[in-house]
Design a protein around this ligand. Sequence first.
Ligand code: BTN
Length: 279
Amino acid sequence: MLSVDPIRWPLEAIWQAVQPDLAGFTCEALPTVDSTNTELMRRLKAGQHEPTLLVAEQQSAGRGRLGRQWHGQRGDSLTFSLGLPLSPADWSGLSLAVGVSLADSLDPANAPGHHIALKWPNDLWLSQNKRERKLGGILVETATFDRQRYVVIGVGINVRALALTAPQTTSIAAGCLQDLQAEADVASTLLRVVPSLVQTVQAFAQWGFAPYQARFARRDALAGRDVQLSDGTQGQAHGVTQSGALLVHTSAGMKEITSSEVSVRPVTGRAPSGDLRPC
Ligand code: BTN
């Protein structure tokens, strides 16, 4: 039987960094689960309401936005969710603030031509010499229990390119963090992103998206580009508002796109291949 080395998740270091700011915080790693978002939602329903980080080596039913699937192989894809009680005055822009936090943690240099870009509303793209590929995605879900709102923030990041021998590999190309940083692995990536993600979520609860607007703009993959919305509308993307709505200049004037049911793709240049991780 093939033996695999256990992934050494830096849970103690993460807990040490996070718990002073987040009372009752726990973190846990599972070898496999259907979906870390689904599992945290199940736990919330079962009355486990403490702030929790759940990372899985493998998901059997990983979910993306708009009912899509998220596929990832053990050690290739970092898949985790952070669940906690949260009561912001306005939830708009949370997935954008999360994207800013992840991108800034993973790519502080943000060098032109070779950086992590953000595609409204929830994608991380790897932008290298005008080639764009999907690096990761964010799935934000909320629920109310006993009149308290909770959020579950799911994050999937392609860290390592799929092994060519993986039985389910297809030809869809996705970007991976190792294309930017050869030494990256799933365990160290988790430690890099989680403490600032928690701080971001707490700051968002207090001040909303507005403080992140400029940082989003520096990584905005769509700004100035012709885009097409899934409802057929075409126009030119003009950044995001203080509440995280996408501004699109259409023939009928400037439109603010807020619907989480709308997807957007650039019509100039190539949309990244591998909208979701290949499997
Ligand atoms: C997207 O690209 O639409 C969002 C993808 C989010 C995937 C992550 S992986 C960890 C967490 N658990 C899930 O089932 N989905 C999110």
